[in-house]
Design a binder for this molecule. Structure first.
Ligand code: ADP
Length: 191
């Protein structure tokens, strides 16, 4: 199963993706997690990405695209699939992914958008308290989301491949709803 999980910062993508990855026994590919790992290890990528992440801005595409190509061409993704969390985050990334998946012959099955209202997002992010979860960065991340990431939803909607799940519920309820969506026939997805 190959799943693209979309949604604003604080929507619970990370938690839900981890849960589903475990249940489905597929790799959870989180660009945020991969980047934080690079920052922690002070790799060249990490050093270049750090300031953008701290500001709540997107890390430039030239860094991200190489990273995702590298990850999606690793052996473990060929077996049972993957769940993508945090990518694509702008329309150029979505176009790149479309081309890459075509190249490696791994079409995705579902693009699912986790819908959560703004008030809930801010509360959740402030509670989470990760290093980049200050009020200023949160505001910036939500702005970046609206300007650059929200159009990705239309990208999949235009291709008739978008499904939506209400993420403004308890974690278990959202997991159940997501699982329900992923059991539907992908060829009828979004219809
Ligand atoms: P959140 O939980 O707020 O959605 P993530 O853990 O997904 O955050 O990402 C944290 C930060 O990593 C982002 O604010 C951004 O700077 C960077 N990042 C993650 N994924 C991408 C991406 N696909 N393109 C550009 N930057 C990214």
């Amino acid at each position: 199963m190959r799943v693209i999980l979309l949604g604003p910062p604080g929507a619970g993508k990370g938690t839900q993706a981890a849960t589903l990855a475990e249940k489905e026994n597929i790799p959870h590919i989180s660009t945020g997690d991969i980047l934080r790992q690079h920052v922690a290890e002070a790799t060249s990528l990490g050093q270049q990405a750090k300031s953008y992440m701290e500001a709540g801005d997107l890390v430039p595409d030239d860094l991200i695209l190489a990273m995702i190509r590298d990850r999606l061409t690793q052996e473990d993704t060929k077996q049972r699939g993957w769940i993508l969390d945090g990518f694509p985050r702008n329309v150029d990334q979505a176009s790149f992914l479309e081309q890459l998946l075509w190249e490696i012959e791994q079409p995705f099955d579902y693009a699912v958008n986790l819908e959560v209202p703004d008030e809930t997002l801010v509360t959740r992010l402030l509670q989470r308290g990760r290093d980049d979860d200050t009020e200023t960065t949160i505001r910036r991340r939500l702005q970046v989301y609206r300007e650059q990431t929200a159009p990705v939803i239309d990208f999949y909607r235009q291709r008739d491949r978008l499904q939506s799940v209400n993420g403004d519920r308890s974690m278990a309820e959202v997991t159940a709803a997501l699982q329900g969506t992923l059991q539907e026939n992908p060829s009828t997805a979004g219809k």
